[in-house]
Design a protein around this ligand. Sequence first.
Ligand SMILES: Cc1cc2nc3c(=O)[nH]c(=O)nc-3n(C[C@H](O)[C@H](O)[C@H](O)COP(=O)(O)OP(=O)(O)OC[C@H]3O[C@@H](n4cnc5c(N)ncnc54)[C@H](O)[C@@H]3O)c2cc1C
Length: 429
Amino acid sequence: MFQSSPNHIESYYAASSRALQLQRPALQQDMEVDVVVIGAGYTGLYTALNLAEGGRSVVVLEASRIGWGASGRNGGQVIVGFSCDMPPFELALGKSGSREVWRLTQDAAQEIRRRIADHSIECDFSEGHLWTSVLERRVQLLLNWQDEASRKWGYDRLRFIPKAELHRYVGSNRYQAGLIDAGGGHLHPLKYALGLAEAAEKAGVRIFETTRAARYVERTDAVEVHADRGKIRANQIVLACGAFVDQLDRRLQSRILPVGTYMIATEPLGEQRARSLLPTGCAVSDNQFVLDYFRLSADHSLLFGGKCTYTGRTPGRLTEGMRNDMLQVFPQLADVKIAYTWGGHIDITMGRTPDFGQLRNVFWAQGFSGHGVVPTCVAGRVLAEAILGDDTHLRLFSGLKNRPFPGTETLAGLFQVLGMSYYRLRDYV
Ligand SMILES: Cc1cc2nc3c(=O)[nH]c(=O)nc-3n(C[C@H](O)[C@H](O)[C@H](O)COP(=O)(O)OP(=O)(O)OC[C@H]3O[C@@H](n4cnc5c(N)ncnc54)[C@H](O)[C@@H]3O)c2cc1C
């Protein structure tokens, strides 16, 4: 897919979880099951877990390791809603359809808490997410969202924080105002993915790692998936491949653009210093087009994310660039060392709208566009419901039309670079 990939850089998450110790076998035989799921990120794991709870036999094939994709390397920010916000849903699905989408995302944010409790997943979950505005003129966007959320979607968990009170939440002068969402939170994303995998296995799901699905073939009443050392025959296939679907399904590939995005983790700061940055322990994202987001880890490191690349190349002097971004927010960290730098790929669609669908026995969910911790939970529910016989929600999401990107990946990347430059300029001029 990419000439060079940021994925080789070891993340803070890999170093602070049991991911490196736990390993599942590769597929070595032919099998027959009800459903085969491709990809052991959140989308695949949620879908598999829900299907197993619904009585289906399920196998998950993962090309690398559980959570190797975006699910095990993200910012861990649990944010209610989708990347595209609500207007595209209203436009495509009308009032009642978009209300239902909002209800599903709220349910999903609660389901994450329930899954953590029910399956005793130790993933350092913490409550609270804060939106901030760097620019004075974007403060109004926070107020607009608070008003819209309450009026249109009946969501009253947002509270506006004026600049004078912001120091209670974030030890930085960079922001003009904030909007705290009590329904949001943050977690250790890789520990969470591993916990979901264990829950799925307890429910009967079999997961094979280092097993790439090379191709699938549709038969009259079944689907056959071919991997290096085995073949799986199933009634249905679920494609949950994130940014990596590649030639497994060209149709799906044409609707997403893989975009590289990056994070750093500081050395542990000690509890007192960490608390001086984020006194309530909430996660923070700003409302710039290319946003910065950050939070504290359980060992009091600052995890800071931002930057995007559309070219497939890891930016030069990445750690230095990310550190400079962090110092714009927290200049008081100038003496602190950066312990980890890593990146991952997100799957963006043209309109940043999710791409969920079904064609005969093939089901898929992709296009989370950089905001998937909560939306993948929606996807897992919607796909599993449809396979278990109720496709009401899947039909609803199919109402969103995701157009293919023009031309090749390189050309699509070029259009995105131009688009991003425009929005970046708008952010700063
Ligand atoms: C750096 C970064 C920060 C982010 N921060 C946030 C955040 O703070 N909050 C938020 O909500 N979202 C965030 N996101 C987005 C979020 O992580 C993703 O939207 C979400 O994890 C997508 O999950 P997924 O299961 O669809 O895809 P992935 O997690 O990418 O999983 C797809 C899996 O499929 C496997 N696969 C692909 N093809 C095959 C094949 N042919 N055979 C077998 N396996 C295959 C891959 O190996 C991979 O493991 C971030 C993403 C990144 C990269």
